[in-house]
Design a protein around this ligand. Structure first.
Ligand SMILES: [Zn+2]
Length: 343
């Protein structure tokens, strides 16, 4: 696989509402393969491949945004307060955050009191995010603003992609830059094929599946497929029946989640395609979370839709872990699905 591309996608800065950087990577990667490239008013980016006229139109969606923070206040002592987007407080204390200020990147730490001064009760309790603050190295509001900090500034975890060896990869924003990566591989493959595919890098998924809503309305496809990176739970402390998915078990197929019940034709076609080509897959065992399929399938008179996701541990945290083997099998299953639903 092209680990350099995944590294670029993972490291790109793209909190909700500020997805230009990952979108540009997709454009640079795919414009040579597309019959048409277009960006809409929301920031969604569309890559069209025209196949046979009779072939159904398939919309692939991978979201370009990632979990992050929105700066809501700068206090007199230069500390920043924030609203978390898609992040829960228990992973936040002590994390490093990169922010896109008016003068370029700023770096902040989610400050915590040292253990020496915590009471016994405080040591045990999770700190709610409204009690956390970002320290960017400023002693007054004026100093913070002079560095380029502003209210409305956004930030993401400051984590760089790493190849851990033995097929294991780590990085931030694997939800959903792994989905973007899968979409790139599939769209390149479709170039000489008779299938009709529009691949969309969608915006603002993490704040409520928003970009895919307007994107699907424009594409008006026959079928929708969200390409995701969903939570693998094969880790200590999680009972086997609660492990929604695991690494090394192939792509995760959604039967239902909070946002969609996969259309029987789409689900059947994914199952048949996997069986025909011998691609391993697993079902998402816990029907929580939502994806772009949630908004795509409710577009216009309804669009049969589903989800194929790569399994990844620690999604919505600072750093995820996934495997090359799972990504390869996810790419293979999406290709097999397109073939089968188009025939
Ligand atoms: Zn996602």
């Amino acid at each position: 696989m092209d680990k350099i591309l995944l590294e670029k996608l993972s490291n790109a800065f793209g909190p909700p509402g500020e997805e230009t950087e990952p979108a540009k990577i997709l454009i640079a990667e795919l414009e040579g393969y597309a019959d048409e490239v277009r960006t809409d008013k929301m920031g969604n980016v569309f890559f069209t491949h025209k196949g046979d006229e009779e072939a159904p139109l398939i919309m692939l969606a991978a979201h370009t945004d990632e979990v992050g923070v929105l700066i809501t206040d700068i206090d007199d002592n230069g500390f920043l307060r924030f609203h978390p987007w898609g992040i829960v407080a228990n992973v936040l204390p002590g994390q490093r955050i990169v922010l896109r200020g008016k003068k370029g990147n700023l770096y902040g730490i989610l400050g915590t009191k040292p253990p020496h001064v915590l009471s016994a009760a405080e040591r045990k309790a999770a700190i709610p995010s409204d009690q956390l603050f970002l320290d960017i190295g400023a002693s007054t509001r004026e100093m913070a603003e002079a560095k380029g900090a502003y209210i409305g500034m956004k930030g993401v975890f400051d984590v760089q992609f790493k190849d851990l060896g033995d097929g294991f990869l780590w990085g931030k924003a694997f939800d959903d830059r792994v989905g973007c990566y899968v979409m790139c591989e599939v769209f390149k493959w479709v170039k000489d094929k008779p299938y009709n595919v529009v691949a969309v890098g969608t915006v603002q998924e993490e704040v409520g599946l928003r970009g895919s809503k307007t994107a699907a309305w424009q594409v008006d496809p026959d079928y929708g497929l969200a390409l995701e990176n969903t939570f693998a739970m094969d880790m200590p402390g999680v009972a086997p029946h609660k492990q929604s998915a695991g690494l090394h078990k192939g792509p995760v197929v959604t039967i239902a989640d909070r946002s969609v019940i996969t259309h029987p034709k789409v689900l059947g076609c994914i199952q048949e395609a996997a069986a025909a080509e011998g691609i391993p897959y697993q079902y998402k065992k816990i029907p929580s979370g939502g994806t772009d399929a949630g908004s795509i399938h409710l577009t216009k008179a309804g669009i049969p839709s589903g989800v194929i996701a790569n399994p990844g541990r620690y999604i919505h945290g600072p750093c995820g872990i996934t495997t090359e083997e799972d990504i390869k099998n996810t790419v293979a299953l999406v290709k097999a699905f397109i073939k089968r639903i188009s025939s």
